[in-house]
Design a protein around this ligand. Structure first.
Ligand code: ASP
Length: 411
């Protein structure tokens, strides 16, 4: 019997996961079938993420250094750098404006009071994260002993070292051609391992979604329904309208074409809530289905997975305004501007792992004097919201690589 294509298998896995998750949710956590099922789902889902993470670091390391080396040979590196960073900052700025405008208009949280959540807040202690310290920490995190960074899975530091190595390889020219071709071959091998891991994706994604849906805190979701609706609505608007529009305006590519090529990565991002874990698949979709040249995708995608987060930027800004409403503080225009900038820095600084945005949000809140403990209210629903914002984070990287390719080739 001929199996359906991997794309279709992944979609079937996702739908099956959500359905079974809903069924488990309706049976309740005490049921021993549910308990056993959740144990298996947890194990399978975690193994799938483990496999992706296993391949992530060698892949990022090789794809960036080889990508940079090839770009330099074409004298395009400077243009790619500048266009990529401009794209990242502009798309995050649009996302933040969207999140803030919707929050200012719909005012989620204005009928609620902080006191209603005192129980959730009691057990939570927010760490101090003042902006200058956060900034210093971020800069220090860029340059790390490469062996430590590789072994600890520190993606941002690996990206930086690979960038520098790529430049050194080109400067050395002919002299280092063996190292360059070695890296190129390792890159090819890791990409074929990614292909194998992808075959397991339908099972991994189903397992992750079963667990996600089955353990949702519905009571908290109901209380925060308006906020959840604003966040989901604006994130969807950014992902379904704004990013496709940007893609169309710059490259003339249709949203449907993009979806067909990107869906494996988007569904994986949704299920794993981690841009980093999804990175191997994002890279594969971008180079193989969306036809972005490996030297451009190899640079834009890994960098984007760690610093370009449209969904997270939008969320951080919307959540800060929500908490301001909850506390009954009216932020003036200057404070709103501070939220705008700190939300962007917080999104750039957040690593591509589940709920990373929650940690860096402390800084956004503190920058305008809001109580960081209020994050405890958002934690129970974060796993759910993280799905969509991670999907849009990954989508932003893929759209970015297509736009950068187009702009660089034009000029
Ligand atoms: N989970 C997100 C990501 O990996 C980061 C966040 O928490 O916003 O892209």
């Amino acid at each position: 019997m001929k199996l359906p294509s991997l794309n279709i298998q992944i979609l079937i896995g996702a739908i099956f996961g959500v359905m079974l998750g809903l069924y488990f949710h309706s049976l309740g956590a005490e049921n021993h079938v549910v308990n056993g099922g959740l144990y298996v789902a947890g194990l399978v889902g975690a193994l799938f993420i483990d496999l992706l993470k296993m391949i992530l670091i060698p892949l990022v390391f090789c794809s960036i250094s080889v990508g940079i080396a090839n770009l330099r040979q074409h004298q395009q590196m400077h243009r790619v750098w500048v266009t990529t960073l401009l794209f990242f900052v502009s798309s995050m700025a649009i996302a933040i404006v969207l999140g803030m405008s919707a929050s200012l208009y719909f005012k989620p949280g204005s009928g609620l009071h902080l006191a209603m959540f005192s129980e959730a807040m009691q057990s939570f202690e927010a760490k101090q994260l003042p902006l200058p310290e956060f900034f210093a920490q971020f800069l220090h995190g860029l340059f790390v002993n490469p062996f430590a960074a590789l072994s600890q899975g520190n993606v941002l530091a690996v990206v930086m070292f690979a960038l520098i190595l790529g430049i050194a390889l080109v400067m050395g020219g002919e002299r280092y051609k063996n190292i360059l071709s070695l890296l190129q071959e390792v890159l090819e091998i890791t990409m074929s391992i990614v292909g194998w891991v992808m075959r397991l994706a339908p099972f991994g994604i189903a397992a992750l979604l079963i667990k996600l849906v089955a353990v949702q805190d519905v009571a908290m979701l109901n209380t925060l329904a308006k906020f959840v609706a604003v966040v989901i609505g604006t994130t969807l608007l950014h992902g379904v309208v704004i990013l496709p529009l940007i893609l169309y305006l710059f490259t003339g590519k249709s949203p449907l074409w993009f979806w067909r090529g990107a869906r494996e990565a988007l569904v994986t991002a949704f299920a794993t809530s981690s841009s980093s874990a999804t990175l191997p698949i994002t890279l594969r979709c971008t180079t193989q289905h969306l036809q972005v040249k490996p030297e451009i995708a190899g640079f834009v995608i890994p960098l984007g997975a760690t610093i370009n987060m449209d969904g997270t930027a939008l969320y951080e800004a919307a959540a800060a305004l929500f908490i301001a409403n909850l506390v009954g503080v009216d932020l003036n225009f200057t404070q709103q501007l501070i939220v705008f900038f700190t939300a962007m820095i917080a999104a750039i600084g957040a690593p591509g792992i589940p709920s990373a945005g929650m940690v860096t949000m402390v800084m956004v809140l503190q920058s305008v004097g809001l109580p960081a403990e209020a994050i405890a209210i958002l934690l129970p629903i974060d796993r759910l919201l993280d799905t969509l914002r991670t999907t849009v984070n990954v989508q932003g990287d893929m759209v970015g690589s297509l736009v950068v390719q187009k702009l660089v080739n034009k000029s």
